[in-house]
Design a protein around this ligand. Sequence first.
Ligand code: M1P
Length: 243
Amino acid sequence: MAVYVFDMDGTLTPARLPMTAEFAADFYEWQKNHKCFIATGSDLKKVKEQLPQNVVDSFSGIYSSMGNVLTVQGEVVYERNFKPEPELLNRLEQYRQETAYPGTLYSNYIEERVGMINFSILGRNCPFEERNKYGIWDKENCERLKIAGELGASFPQYDVSIGGTISIDITPKGFGKGQIARHLRESCPNEKLVFFGDRTFKGGNDYELAQALLRLSNTQVVQVASPEEVLMHLKNNRFEPKS
Ligand code: M1P
């Protein structure tokens, strides 16, 4: 049997939105006969907000906060944390004060999760419509790309990647999604590992995990554009190793 690993936002759900009822019904049926995990940059609270309880309970494990927390059936198996330097936090404050973004800014702009920081100039407590507004402005002005480049150069002990629409994920080196590949291989040494993500390309937040998996044998990475595409692949069922 293969073991399946799914990113959450943009892969199992629309970005930062709940899983649709239609998708949940089909996916839950599929889960009954397959072993699967989540690998997300979001924290467990957001996983529980976005997925129905029966779907959450049917995963063999949930790697949240970039794999810095593993939860199995509601029990925390491990947590890996760090303490950010004041210099890094000061720099983030400075970016927020000096942004050229013309719209309103909201609270919770430095979210310290276990093992990572999620930084959003806009602020995570923004109304949903403001996410798209900032996302469009950012595409034109490349604010996040510029900040990520500068932070990476000034703080080489960290990995800095563009999150989803409004944020940047910052992890100490070795605390990124790639760590999930090692952990999964240790716990599933003989199974084929199949990973689905919407940003497995260079610069995307699934890239590190996709590459770490592809360096191992007996793995497959599936780039998808939407939850519907995930279902299509699962229904075609071309991932099981030939017996
Ligand atoms: O897709 C995963 C990303 O989702 C959110 O990104 P944003 O708020 O920018 O859309 C964040 O939870 C981020 O950490 C995560 O990588």
